[in-house]
Design a protein around this ligand. Structure first.
Ligand SMILES: Cc1cc2nc3c(=O)[nH]c(=O)nc-3n(C[C@H](O)[C@H](O)[C@H](O)COP(=O)(O)O)c2cc1C
Length: 184
């Protein structure tokens, strides 16, 4: 499975890192793009530097690198995940404003009819962001907000993170035991 992972500058960088770890375990071919603010937040929230994170991917691209294969819809991928997805990058994707490699690659998914999973993290939501979520959904994206549940009896932060990561893997059709399903 060839997957593009975009990590943008919303809080919750750990979701992106955990998705990378789970995809790597399953030997997915990972193409990674990290925005400038995401790199800053990864350091601040997770204490990791970029080089460490890059090692989880098969290929890494700068977010301004439009010479990369990901800039073209002709490069075949199975899915793209933007995790976490800032409201700024959501806006770019929803409005077809391809100013970064992350937004361009996501827009390619929409135009080519490929799976695009957006994991926004913001609260409260302004009306423009709600409109952008609506537009992105209408265009074919899967909107998977970073909203952990509590019915699986989480004991710590890792259990909350793994709930969201598990929901992302569900959308990719990947089997996992990251959380206990309701009534299982
Ligand atoms: C510490 C910090 C936390 C942030 N958290 C969020 C957030 O949770 N959600 C969000 O949409 N933007 C958040 N932002 C703002 C984005 O980083 C900012 O809008 C940036 O332009 C996003 O660009 P990018 O999507 O290219 O990474 C945060 C910024 C900082 C510095």
């Amino acid at each position: 499975m060839r997957v593009v992972v975009g990590i943008t500058g919303a809080s919750g960088a750990i979701y992106g890192l955990r998705v990378l770890e789970e995809l790597k375990k399953r030997k997915a071919e990972i193409h990674l793009i990290i925005s400038k603010n995401a790199a800053f937040i990864i350091k601040g929230e997770c204490g990791k530097d970029l080089e460490e994170v890059k090692r989880l991917a098969d290929r890494f691209y700068e977010n301004h690198d439009f010479s990369s294969p990901l800039a073209s819809g002709s490069f075949k991928i199975d899915a793209m995940i933007v995790v976490p997805c800032s409201v700024k990058t959501l806006s770019a994707i929803a409005n077809s404003y391809a100013d970064t490699l992350i937004s361009r690659s996501a827009i390619n998914c929409l135009k080519e009819g490929r799976k695009l999973i957006l994991v926004p993290r913001e609260t409260p939501l302004d009306i423009v962001t709600i409109e952008n979520l609506f537009k992105a959904k209408q265009a074919g994206a899967i909107i998977l907000p970073a909203m952990p549940a509590f019915y699986h009896q989480p004991r710590d932060i890792d259990d909350l993170i793994d709930f969201v990561v598990g929901k992302i893997l569900d959308q990719l059709g990947i089997e996992h035991n990251l959380f206990k399903r309701w009534m299982e």
